[in-house]
Design a protein around this ligand. Sequence first.
Ligand SMILES: C[S@@+](CC[C@H](N)C(=O)[O-])C[C@H]1O[C@@H](n2cnc3c(N)ncnc32)[C@H](O)[C@@H]1O
Length: 181
Amino acid sequence: MHKAITTKQFLTNKEYFHLIGRPAQQTWADFMCWEYFFHEAEFKQFIELGSGNGTMSSYYSIMSERIGFEFKTFDIKIPKYFEGPQFYAMDVFMSKDIVADQFNHPMCLFCDDGDKPREIKTFLPYLQHGDYMVIHDYGREVSLKSVPKTVNDCNVVPYMLPLVEELGSTLRFFHIINKKI
Ligand SMILES: C[S@@+](CC[C@H](N)C(=O)[O-])C[C@H]1O[C@@H](n2cnc3c(N)ncnc32)[C@H](O)[C@@H]1O
């Protein structure tokens, strides 16, 4: 039976977000941010650290074909709903050099495995001017304290922040920009 819910609850609660008939691990607010981001930002490669159940990996895979970027996703567990060759089974911390060797700039790195602060600390130093970093579960598993303001002579600049905050998404987008530009 239909349960009365507010628009905000619908947009921000994971239990209401199903995509193409499958349960997903984000929210409608997050999904709207991704749609906007993929049409605004320009990069050659999208890397997902933490495939989860793979529903969102399917979405990123479709977007990679439609928009034209390379997509790779990494997890220690096989995702239930994603079977593509873009999936790599590995511990991203144990195999950090193998993961970083795959990076193809300008790129977007999506940090969404079990330890976001550690992911940021481990992989942000591999990013350079023109790259993007996106983190999930902001305010729950990770805060701005974990995001350095600079890396490799670049500023780590919040991207789309008003939209993301207004929608109530727990994604946070950052653009890596050379300080001198
Ligand atoms: C929250 S889920 C990812 C959700 C997915 N990105 C999405 O948006 O639907 C977190 C995933 O990180 C994976 N994970 C945890 N630690 C990991 C590690 N050290 N290396 C690779 N994957 C890891 C878990 O197996 C889990 O599937």
